[in-house]
Write a protein that binds this ligand. Structure first.
Ligand SMILES: CSC[C@H]1O[C@@H](n2cnc3c(O)ncnc32)[C@H](O)[C@@H]1O
Ligand code: ZN
Length: 424
């Protein structure tokens, strides 16, 4: 398929330059960017008054957790997980996960997300939904063994099953990654197995890391080291690690993360809602750590809106440090786009010739986005997912003028309501 997007304001290249012009897409790549392109295409989109942005990369979520949205608000992490979330998750079947993933992915596409990194269970169902909807995804089975060998073997089996399933799907948009849940739920034996298997297969790893003060204390008591030191001792860390949260980090841990080229995923809404704390963004940036952005699951956010997440990321550090220059709009915007792509070693998150055609077109013909003075600032501080109009993923139009073309939105909303009504 070829697509010509005409007369838009393009957020171009690594430096986010604004160019008024056209984009020509051929197959799944951006072929040309320029003014007044005289090229014929199978599909032409008029982007007058609109902004053409790289699609957003949600680098940490649990897509089916939309089923638990609003279930347990206003609680700290451990109580939230142990007393509310895990008991409900025990009841979830593959059918629940299929419909939950449909709702979660529908929400993400509507908000301009073109790629997401997921960790949950019954992930074969999520893979089916990714295939159907047209989004790009990196999927992991969330492994928890709590030091129990029998449980470890079950988790290993489930992980290898997902790896095989995704291999057989042979989709250019679906990748597998390993998903040990966290150092406090996974034994050293399991973490070592993950590292070895990741080396053998070349697949990446995602994990929750240093999310709460309590977690750091527990790991120190158990292993006599901080979580990052512990993982480094195991030989676990590398540039294939996508670690969610990184809230409670010592200077030494930041140094290790930088040295090992680990990506940290910032999840400001979840960290604020669960009162986990504030990520040390200035120190991480200064050390050169790659920081991507994620929403976490919808039970701790409570939405999957990357535009909203950017605003929260930009604001929380200003109030926390009492310094308005911290976390400026461009820095945050890069976290939601090119830094996520860097973490995934993916040629996306950027508009330039040769990059994957993963694009969000945002309608700026709205009062809250006028006058157009600073496009990136408006996206970070004024826009929300509702302003996204058209989404292209892997060179295919997935949403056009607000309508997702690959699924029936009304059917998904009604079905999810029915299955959740029965669940509680
Ligand atoms: C075993 S699948 C993934 C697992 O993670 C849980 N989860 C969701 N959000 C968080 C978070 O912020 N920290 C730790 N664990 C989280 C989710 O409910 C699943 O059980
Ligand atoms: Zn999470």
């Amino acid at each position: 398929m070829s697509i010509l997007i005409k007369n838009g304001r393009i957020i171009y290249g690594e430096n986010l330059d604004i160019i008024n012009g056209d984009i020509y897409i051929e197959g799944n790549r951006i072929a040309k960017v320029g003014r007044g392109l005289k090229l014929s295409a199978e599909y032409v989109i008029d982007a007058n008054g609109k902004v053409i942005s790289p699609g957003f990369i949600n680098a940490h979520t649990h897509s089916p957790m939309v089923l638990l949205r609003g279930l347990a608000d206003d609680l700290p992490l451990m109580e939230w997980l142990q007393e509310y979330v895990w008991p409900v998750e025990k009841k979830l079947t593959s059918k629940h996960i299929y419909w939950g993933a449909l709702l979660g992915i529908l929400e993400m596409i509507k908000g301009g997300t073109t790629t997401f990194v997921d960790m949950y269970f019954h992930m074969e169902e999520v893979a089916k939904v990714v295939e159907k909807t047209g989004i790009r995804a990196y999927l992991s089975y969330g492994m928890v063994d709590l030091g129990d060998e029998e449980k470890r073997n079950v988790e290993i089996k489930e992980t290898l099953k997902l790896l095989e399933f995704i291999k057989k799907l042979d989709s250019p948009r679906i990748e597998f990654l390993f998903g040990p849940h966290a150092p406090y739920t996974c034994s050293p034996e399991l973490l070592k197995w993950v590292r070895e298997k990741a080396n053998e297969t070349g697949k990446m790893i995602t994990i929750h890391l240093n999310e709460t003060k309590r977690e750091v204390q527990d790991i120190k008591e158990k292993y006599g080291m901080t979580p990052v030191e512990f993982l480094d001792e195991l030989g676990f860390l590398g540039d294939d690690i996508i670690a969610a949260h990184g809230v409670w980090l010592s200077d030494k841990e930041i140094e290790i993360l930088a040295k090992r080229r680990v990506t940290i995923v910032h999840n400001p809404a979840s960290n604020m809602k669960l009162a986990s704390g504030v990520m040390p963004i200035e120190k991480l940036l200064k050390a050169g750590v790659n920081i991507a952005l994620g929403t976490d699951g919808a039970a701790s956010n409570n939405s999957l809106d990357m535009l909203e997440e950017m605003k929260l990321a930009a604001l929380v550090h200003k109030v926390h440090t009492l310094n308005p220059t911290v976390a400026d709009a461009k820095t945050i915007y890069k976290m939601a786009t090119q830094n996520g792509a860097k973490a995934l070693h993916l040629n996306a998150g950027i508009i330039k010739e040769g990059a994957l055609a993963d694009i969000a077109i945002i309608d700026f013909n709205k009062p809250h986005l006028r006058p157009i003075t600073n496009v990136v600032s408006h996206l970070v501080y004024s826009a929300s997912g509702n302003d996204v109009e058209t989404v292209i993923i892997d060179g295919e139009i997935i949403m056009l003028d607000g309508e997702v073309l690959t699924v029936d939105e009304e059917e998904i909303i009604n079905k999810v309501q029915k299955i959740v009504d029965k669940l509680h």
